[in-house]
Design a protein around this ligand. Structure first.
Ligand code: BGC
Length: 472
């Protein structure tokens, strides 16, 4: 079986240190049994969320949201469309120009200031409106006579009410606005456009999760793509579901007989269903997170959290005197100081090489005290915690792959964690080879797919409206 490469620390770590590391890793290791239980739990949450009975649905911590999007691209697309991508600290405006189904894509990046992330939600939407205006100016589109159809990727748990109406359930990740919950994200954006740049030539025709737009972007690249996954600051997935399979479906049954479902699974475990495999590190991280007591699953797999999970393990090893001679180093004090970028750098050291790991340690002022043994321990911890996170998300995706039940399934992935981590791909593949044996699974990077796919979904929305397709 192909697998992700382990760091080679055999020249440095003695049997005794290895034993001490094993004592830390073993209680939180994802054995076959644990993986199978995670898969069973995930599948059960999907089943409950699919029920026609609202009371049953509420017992699930998946949303399994009907996105109303049924049309995938078919290669005949023409014209200009816009995509917006709001979900992490970078906001993107994407312009897609189609010629006979071929997309020419331009992306502009805007960084949301920290104050906006925790201020009133109007500030977030004003920032978006002004960024769209800026992008249209730069692209020479601000005087467009026709309104440009726009697909809005809004990556927070939302209740989808129609193609262009969805109400926010909660902010997640680094967003802490005190208001906005229960509001329609499209209405909030339209109001901001009216406030900040009235007359902007755009028409918001669809709102969706980044998982959905990533799926759309992935399906453009590879027609076998039926699943979209985000592995960035946060994590979540969407898949193409046959409408006959959806118990709670209330739309029509005309072609296309499928719809994209946004699983909205970052909150899996909030109801306690994953307690059997939650480590003490995950529990501690949760207490100090932006949104304690929620988004249990996301906190085990996503980029915002991976560094802190590894740091908490390192802290324990310092406290046990195994690492840095037990000295009270800066790293022990500073919650969230170790980030996914650091882990990615450390994991990029191959074999017995330690250059990047040492550079990270230097950043924390640890270069003068870190022995070769310390460097090796840090590498082992980052490797173990990365693999654990990658296996966890892959176990969930294996459930979706098996559910889709096709001989070949491509999963399109967007997000910096997957894009930059050198081993996530291979670690995830280890799980598919074992737990989705009947499907040839391919993972593709849909870079910036969450923005580009927003524009693609605008195409779908217009097609569906023209055909009178009813999704509820
Ligand atoms: C949000 C999802 C989103 C995911 C990835 C999560 O925190 O709840 O809606 O898809 O992040 O951005």
């Amino acid at each position: 079986m192909a697998g992700s490469k382990r760091p080679d620390t055999s020249n440095v770590l003695t049997g005794e240190t290895k034993k001490k590391l094993d004592a830390v890793f073993q209680p939180i290791a994802l054995t076959d049994d644990v993986i199978k239980r995670i898969m069973a739990v995930y599948q059960e949450q999907m089943r409950l969320a699919n029920s026609t009975d609202e009371k049953v649905r509420k017992t699930s911590d998946h949303l399994m949201m009907n996105t109303f999007i049924r049309e995938l691209l078919d290669g005949t697309e023409q014209g200009v469309y816009l995509g917006l991508d709001l979900g992490g600290t970078n906001f993107r405006v994407v312009v897609v120009k189609f010629t006979d189904g071929v997309a020419d894509t331009k992306t502009k990046y805007y960084r949301l200031p920290d104050a906006v992330l925790s201020g009133l939600s109007a500030g977030v939407f004003d920032f978006i409106a002004e960024s769209i205006e800026d992008c249209l100016k730069l692209e020479g589109l601000s005087d467009s006579k026709e309104k440009i159809p726009l697909g809005f990727t809004f990556s927070f748990p939302s209740i989808q009410i129609s193609l262009k109406k969805s109400t926010l359930v909660t902010w997640t990740k680094t967003f802490k606005c005190p208001d906005g919950v229960g509001e329609d994200s499209v209405a909030m954006l339209e109001a901001a456009i009216e406030r900040k740049c009235p007359g902007l030539p755009v028409d918001i025709v669809v709102v969706m999760s980044d998982t959905v737009s990533t799926l759309m972007a992935g399906n453009y690249l590879d027609k076998r793509c039926r699943i979209g996954l985000i592995l960035g600051t946060g994590s979540n997935a969407a898949f193409v579901e046959n409408i006959e399979e959806i118990e709670k479906w209330t739309g029509d049954y005309q072609d296309p007989k499928h719809v994209i479902v946004n699983v909205e699974c970052g909150s899996t475990g909030d109801n306690g269903c994953l307690d059997f495999c939650r480590s003490k590190y995950e529990k501690e991280l949760d207490q100090h997170s932006n949104h304690p007591g929620s988004f249990t699953f996301e906190k085990s797999v996503a980029g915002l959290y991976l560094g802190e999970l590894a740091r908490l393990v390192l802290v324990q090893l310092v406290q046990e005197g195994v690492l840095f001679g037990g000295k009270q180093v800066d790293l022990v004090e500073r919650r969230w100081a170790l980030t996914a970028s650091h882990i990615t750098a450390i994991e990029s050291d191959e074999g017995q090489t330690t250059t990047r790991t040492k550079k990270v340690l230097e950043e924390f002022g640890l270069d003068s005290i870190a022995t070769d043994k310390d460097v090796a321990i840090v590498r082992e911890v980052c490797d173990f915690m990365s693999r654990r996170a990658a296996h966890t998300i892959a176990a969930a995706m294996a459930v979706l792959v098996n559910h889709v039940g096709r001989p070949e399934v491509t999963i399109a992935i967007d997000g910096s964690l997957y894009e930059r981590h050198p081993k996530y791909h291979d670690s995830m593949m280890e799980i598919f080879e074992k737990y989705s044996p009947n499907t040839k699974v391919t993972l593709i990077l849909a870079k910036d797919g969450s923005g580009q796919g927003g524009a693609f979904a605008a195409v779908s929305a217009l097609k569906q409206n023209a055909k009178g397709i009813r999704c509820a």
